[in-house]
Design a protein around this ligand. Structure first.
Ligand code: ADP
Ligand code: MG
Length: 311
């Protein structure tokens, strides 16, 4: 649905994007994750045809954004970092204006009703935009992106400036939109992309440093083979037990709990029976295992590791 090839963007001697390539299939919800200045907005402005690239190309559903802009842009709804709202228009007047601008073909009344219900702005349709809260304005911004029912939505930091309740509502809305649209959203907040996106593209200094499913990003960090083990008993005794299990490569103690439990991060060899071996070794010495689970890295861990690797 979206194909981005070798995109480079230079502002004078600043390279905002450096040879970035990826493609997004129909129905995917992809997160652009990266710190401020990473190049997220630049990439989105180029994908939506608001900015030209220094080199490289973008195709939307097969249409080149620069060579066939009308066909390409018709397929995109865009919420820029600063939504282009007109404060002195009511919500309805504004949507009307966008409808004309996009030369949308849908039956207007039913189309607007549907969009306003979906974005939960029905109650404020008669209000002036300047009198709306930030949360409502952001939803009006999404509503304008939905006018004309484009299959692709590009949302630049859609939750910036919202309060926690509004953030949760916005996430719910984006998930809902993801059922019927191909979505790219950007964020510098790791938990956000994790909550909404199936796939994450990490940008740093204009370069694409990772492109993975959220879970796979975590696995690539540890080889997919670490567990968190919590057992009741004496630390030395547990360490001796862990040392006796062949499939344990190495381990480190992570925590002691007041109830007498100890927790370890245990790295396993690829043996299929590693967990069983640990279970039986502990059971035979009557040391109760109270928790054993795959180690999960937070996106913060992943992100720091990628960014450090990139340096
Ligand atoms: P992000 O959206 O990830 O925060 P941007 O795409 O806004 O990043 O910016 C990427 C880089 O390009 C930054 O170093 C920024 O300072 C620079 N940049 C963005 N827009 C311009 C511009 N119009 N002129 C010069 N430099 C710019
Ligand atoms: Mg930005």
């Amino acid at each position: 649905m979206i194909s981005v090839k070798n995109l480079t963007k230079k502002y004078g001697n600043i390279t905002a994007l450096d040879n970035v390539s990826f493609s997004v299939e129909k129905g995917e919800v992809v997160g652009f994750l990266g710190p401020n200045g990473a190049g997220k907005s630049t990439a989105m402005n180029i994908i939506t045809g608001y900015l030209s690239s220094t080199s490289g190309n973008v195709k939307i559903d097969g249409f080149d954004i620069l060579e066939e802009p009308t066909d390409a842009k018709k397929r995109i709804g865009y919420l820029p970092e600063v939504p282009p709202l007109y404060p002195d228009m009511t919500v309805d007047e504004y949507l009307d204006f966008i409808y004309e601008l996009k030369a949308a073909k849908q039956k207007k009344k039913a189309h607007f009703n549907e969009i306003c219900e979906l974005t939960k702005i029905t109650a404020v349709r008669g209000r002036l935009i300047k009198n709306l809260s930030k949360g409502y304005r952001q939803r009006v911004g999404i509503a304008q992106a939905l006018v004309g029912n484009p299959p692709v939505l590009i949302l630049d930091e859609p939750t910036v400036g919202l309060d926690p309740k509004q953030i949760i509502e916005m996430r719910t809305l984006i998930k809902k939109l993801g059922e019927n649209h191909t979505v790219i959203l950007s964020s510098h907040i790791l938990s956000e992309v994790q909550a909404v996106c199936g796939r994450i593209i990490v940008l740093n200094n204009g370069r694409l440093v990772a492109d993975n499913k959220a879970q796979e990003l975590g696995q690539s960090l540890n080889g997919g083979n670490s567990i968190v083990l919590r057992a009741l008993g004496d630390d030395k005794r547990i360490q001796a037990l862990l040392n006796s299990v062949k499939s344990v490569k190495h381990f480190s103690k992570s925590e002691s709990f007041s109830d007498g439990a100890q927790e370890y991060l245990v790295n396993l060899s690829s043996s299929e029976n590693a967990r069983e071996e640990i279970f039986f070794a502990f059971a035979s010495k009557k040391v109760p295992i109270i928790e054993m689970k795959t180690a999960e890295y937070s996106l913060e861990d992943i992100f720091m590791s990628l960014v450090n690797k990139d340096k």
